[in-house]
Design a protein around this ligand. Structure first.
Ligand code: UD1
Ligand code: UDP
Length: 391
């Protein structure tokens, strides 16, 4: 009799989870002995759909929970209640969640409540500060307590898990799947005509084709930076733009209203700052590959930029991704406007420093993380119940 397929349900809901789970889903789908199902919470809607379209992922379940300006209570309760029925209908052997969003933690909790084993992709990242990033550090720590398989992207993240007494036998160091995704699109981006990308305004393509003295790519969305943090961040960008009129700053603005409002209020009149919509992954990779410097508080971009040899200023006090800081490509600058502006100008005008920082590094992966995850799932004896045996 042929062995029964392992039924794996991957659950995600935001843009970065979709980008990082796409290679895993592709690998699961291509593996005999596995039946792959996908549930999206749609914690993000437009920004999620951009990725689903690019990677041709058709979810089996869509909770469609996003509401404008949603809070953490609404996201968490919507996912918990929505997944109950999904689990009843799909009866997975293993649920895969990714990273540290509220989708990740609420989905893991829902699986735990129904005693379905959990595999945690991108496990073990830690800042050591429960409030930074907020709520992600708590989110990922909670999932580590209840997961049955931990896919750590690096040895540093494995060490973090071991320090929390997670059994080494259920930790696999795989590399980060974001590098799989990046490498899968990177070689194709220059085959495209940038004027064809619908999310990228022609005006911005034209300004880049006119070869600005320096091109800086910017993103920002962390909750702990809302309010004064974003005001300071914008002040830094104005300072950089005004003092360097031949530089171009391109900023795809996250759709969160807490980001949109200060950014458009403070920056929309700056001549050499282009505020553009969130980019599909291909044009975003093109921008990343074309720029000289990145200023961001994003997690995923801290991982992608080093492998393209792009220096990064991270507008946060702490990072859970120390590998590229150690390699010298990433610098933590916080949100002080003078520090951000001074560092950006120094890196872009000091050739020796720039050369050292822009050496390409791949501390986060080699493009084969998804296959390692699938291999681990194939070989692992998935426990039938997550509840510990009675004393
Ligand atoms: C979320 C995650 C964060 C992750 C980030 C990636 C939580 C608590 N936060 O933050 O960990 O780093 O995604 O980008 O899980 N919106 C839209 N359309 C979209 C997406 C968002 O309109 O496609 C707007 C909506 O008004 C929504 C708001 O943005 O209510 C906030 O979205 P939410 O997912 O709550 O938080 P993010 O800041 O995106
Ligand atoms: N990204 C994108 N379009 C954009 C901005 C970012 O495709 O306009 C990609 C980026 O390449 C990375 C991911 O989205 O893979 C990072 O998402 P985000 O910064 O929203 O979340 P985080 O990684 O901080 O959780």
């Amino acid at each position: 009799m042929p062995p029964t397929d392992k039924k794996i349900l991957s659950i995600f809901g935001t843009r970065p989870e979709a980008i990082k789970m796409a290679p895993v889903i592709r690998a699961l789908e291509q593996t005999p002995g596995i039946k792959s199902l996908v549930a999206v919470t749609a914690q993000h809607r437009e920004m999620l759909d951009q990725v689903l379209t690019l990677f041709k992922i058709e979810p089996d379940f869509d909770l469609n929970i996003m509401k404008p300006g949603q809070d953490l209570f609404e996201i968490t309760s919507g996912i918990l209640l929505g997944l109950r029925g999904v689990f009843e209908r799909s009866k997975p052997d293993l649920v895969l969640v990714h990273g540290d969003t509220t989708t990740c933690t609420a989905a893991a909790l829902a699986a735990f409540y129904q005693e379905i084993p959990i595999g945690h992709v991108e496990a073990g990242l830690r800042t050591g500060d429960l409030r930074a990033p907020f709520p992600e550090e708590a989110n990922r720590s909670i999932v580590s307590r209840i997961a049955s398989m931990h896919f750590a992207p690096t040895n540093t993240s494995k060490k973090n898990l071991l320090a929390e007494n997670i059994n080494e036998k259920i930790i696999w160091v795989t590399g980060n799947t974001v590098i799989d995704a990046l490498l899968s699109v990177r070689n194709t981006i220059h085959d495209h005509n940038p004027y064809d990308w619908l999310t990228l305004p022609n005006k911005t393509v034209k300004a880049i084709e006119n070869i600005p003295e320096k091109l800086i790519l910017i993103t920002g969305h962390r909750r702990e930076n809302f309010g004064q943090g974003f005001i300071d961040f914008c002040a830094a960008l104005i300072k950089i733009a005004e003092h360097n009129p031949r530089w171009l700053l391109v900023y795809p603005v996250h759709l969160n209203p807490n980001v949109q409002k200060p950014v458009f209020d403070l920056l929309q009149n700056a001549r050499n700052i282009h505020l553009i919509p969130p980019q599909e992954y291909l044009p975003f990779t093109w921008l990343l590959d074309s720029c000289d410097l990145v200023i961001t508080d994003s997690g995923g971009i801290q991982e992608e930029a080093p492998s393209l040899g792009k220096p990064v200023l991270v507008t946060r006090a702490v990072t859970e991704r120390p590998e590229a800081v150690d390699a010298g490509t990433v610098i933590l600058v916080g949100t002080n406007p003078n520090t951000i502006a001074d560092q950006a100008v120094d890196i872009l005008t000091n050739n020796t420093r720039y050369a050292a920082m822009s050496e390409a590094h791949n501390p986060y992966g080699d493009g084969h993380a998804a296959q390692r995850i699938v291999d681990a799932i194939l070989e692992f004896k998935i426990p039938k119940k997550t509840k510990p045996a009675p004393f």
